[in-house]
Design a protein around this ligand. Structure first.
Ligand SMILES: [Zn+2]
Ligand SMILES: [Zn+2]
Length: 295
């Protein structure tokens, strides 16, 4: 059993890379990939701990991108076996990191106008890796000055999702557009650093029957589909795995799989899909390595 899609606290996961690797070993996985959002700072630590405890770790990343022509739809591209120490990659990721920070500051300013106070310094403490909307929400939750306002509007401190949905999603008052690269550039960047480019969670980003998009992505150099990705419920997931595995096969693409684990148990499929009683077989990694000519 393996898991090729995980997040550490170098992006928006909860566990440190070392702890994530440790957990993967404990639950019986034979390999995992660390694929933090637009961030590779956890890779070295994950590889080191993997070596120490005897768990194979694949260096990876998950790049976010907007597809301008498709109503700025967000697409995520996974990169496997990347050279995470490449200078150009690091510079590109730093640029997006800075844009993320600018965006977070803007959101904090707007929330302030709506009566929710949050300090940049506190946000930085809460978000150990790249800043996401849940971190901004938590910054407001933990600020005692907002207690009354939350009580009045939500009857107490709300769930992260409820607050994010009410204020930070597109069309809501504190929505600020992200700066992301186009999907083709994401694929090119992964190739440039020697990686295999795979479309993440097609169950969310690709409609079933959307052969046109897959054709374009293939022309741009996508090499695999993460057909084994959790999709809402175990039942829907089984159906979607079947569908996208077939789609990958028909398009001569690799099939990969991972849980998109963020370090919180009880949400989603859990590390290795195990909480849903499913698993990602070792052969997926063998195929990926054969394709890359890695022993
Ligand atoms: Zn994703
Ligand atoms: Zn992810």
């Amino acid at each position: 059993m393996i898991d090729l899609h995980t997040h550490s606290n170098a992006s928006d996961g909860v566990l440190m890379p070392e702890a994530l690797v440790q957990k993967a070993k404990e639950i019986g996985l034979s390999a995992m990939a660390l694929t933090d959002h637009d961030q590779v700072s956890g890779v070295s630590k994950a590889l080191e701990s993997g070596k120490k405890i005897g768990l194979e770790v694949v260096p990876g990343v998950e790049l976010s991108s907007y597809w301008q022509e498709k109503e700025r739809k967000e697409f995520h591209t996974l990169g496997y076996f990347i050279n995470w120490e490449d200078q150009e990659l690091k510079e590109k990721l730093t640029f997006f990191q800075e844009k993320r920070e600018e965006r977070a500051k803007k959101i904090l300013r707007i929330l302030r106008d709506w009566g929710y106070l949050g300090e940049w310094e506190n946000l930085q403490k809460i978000a150990t890796g790249s800043i996401g909307m849940p971190h901004i929400a938590r910054t407001c939750f933990e600020d005692p000055r907002n207690k009354e306002k939350f009580l009045k509007e939500f009857g107490g401190i709300p769930q992260v999702n409820d607050f994010v949905q009410k204020y930070m999603l597109r069309g809501k008052p504190a929505y600020v557009e992200k700066t992301l690269i186009p999907p083709k550039e994401a694929i090119d960047l992964i190739h440039k650093v020697g990686g295999v480019a795979v479309l993440a969670h097609p169950c969310f980003d690709l409609s079933q029957g959307d052969f046109e998009t897959i054709k374009i992505l293939k022309e741009w150099g996508i090499e695999g589909l993460e057909a084994l990705a959790p999709f809402r419920t175990p039942e829907l997931t089984k159906e979607s795995i079947k569908y996208f595995s077939r789609m990958a096969k028909d398009n001569n693409l690799l099939v990969t799989g991972g849980s998109d684990y963020h370090g919180i148990d009880g949400i989603g499929a859990g590390l290795g899909f195990l909480e849903w009683g499913m698993e990602v077989p070792d052969e997926i990694l063998t195929d990926l390595k054969n394709y890359k000519n890695i022993q």
